[in-house]
Write a protein that binds this ligand. Structure first.
Ligand SMILES: O=C(O)CCC(=O)C(=O)O
Ligand SMILES: [Fe+2]
Length: 285
């Protein structure tokens, strides 16, 4: 069996949430909304952490022509406030249902779309990887609303079903705008055509937490292996380390599990006993 195959989540319920219909919608329509995905207390604690740990100097106006979308990239290097979202069993089940259980972090970004922002171009987030279409799903994204997303403040535009298209969509193509309340989560398949909306008639910010997962055999858009200092990664739960790319792929590091290398800091196989056992087995045996 292909270990990268999406997991069948039909009839799977995790912490009261039916995973099957959400995964089906992402697979069939290219997107799905999980209402009230994060509770208000967690949302507030993450927002407080952002306010204290991710200072305004960390925000960059990348990916916007008007300069009115501010983002803090490389979030896992800056705060521990969102680790619990990554470890959330409902999130893990949805991502596994779309791209399989061998997945990893692609990027984690705090978005804040400010009044005055214009509509983004319709785009596909998986367009960065030059893989011919159609292709199996390899990217699964989620944008969790901190502020309510409304048509007026720029709720995300989606072209339903467009992840199955081979040719680019026309920029004038009709879209739906996904309105959702604070704490709700919009999931989409990486090939789904979408765009952040215009926020030109309100004075409201539209803040969201963007988390992107990809299959674990691709290079992430923001390399977690480099972008998060090892001293930080060492202190995290093993599941987080795996998600950040410290997983065995092929030979790992000199045959060793990358997590062991992370912990002892040595890239040289340290085990003299193992070396002499191998010598005995293959050279002297
Ligand atoms: O702002 C949004 O709702 C979506 C943003 C987006 O798609 C992107 O920056 O790639
Ligand atoms: Fe996007």
């Amino acid at each position: 069996m292909n270990p990268y195959e999406p997991v069948d989540q039909t009839d799977v319920v995790v912490e009261g949430l039916s995973i099957g219909p959400i995964v089906d919608n992402i697979r069939e329509q290219g997107y799905s909304v999980a209402e009230n995905f994060l509770d208000p207390y967690l949302l507030k604690s993450i927002r407080d952490a952002f306010n204290t740990e991710v200072p305004i100097t960390e925000m960059r106006a990348i990916g916007t022509q008007s300069g009115r979308t501010w983002r803090a990239h490389n979030l896992l290097a800056k705060t521990r406030a969102v680790d619990s979202v990554f470890l959330d069993q409902r999130l893990r089940a949805i991502v596994a249902g779309v791209i399989g259980k061998l997945n990893q972090v692609n990027i984690t970004t705090l978005f804040n779309t400010l009044p005055g922002e214009t509509k983004q171009f319709l785009h596909q987030d998986d367009g960065l990887w030059p893989i011919p279409r159609p292709h199996p799903s390899f990217l699964c994204n989620v944008l969790i609303a901190f502020d309510p997303f409304t048509k007026e403040n720029g709720a995300t535009h989606i072209v339903p079903g467009s992840h199955k298209l081979v040719e680019p969509v026309d920029q004038a193509r009709e879209t739906i705008q996904v309105e959702m309340g604070s704490g709700s989560a919009l999931f989409w398949e990486g090939g789904t055509w979408h765009a952040g909306g215009a926020n030109v008639t309100t004075n409201q910010e539209r803040m969201g937490l963007f988390i992107s997962h990809q299959v674990s055999y691709l290079r992430p858009q923001e390399s977690q292996l480099i972008s998060v200092p090892r001293e930080i990664v060492k202190s995290l739960p093993k599941k987080m380390q795996r998600l950040m790319g410290y997983h065995q792929f092929g030979i790992g590091v000199d045959g060793r599990d990358p997590i062991d290398v992370l912990q002892d800091g040595s890239v040289v196989a340290p085990d003299a006993a193992l070396a002499s056992e191998w010598r005995a087995r293959y050279l002297e045996g």
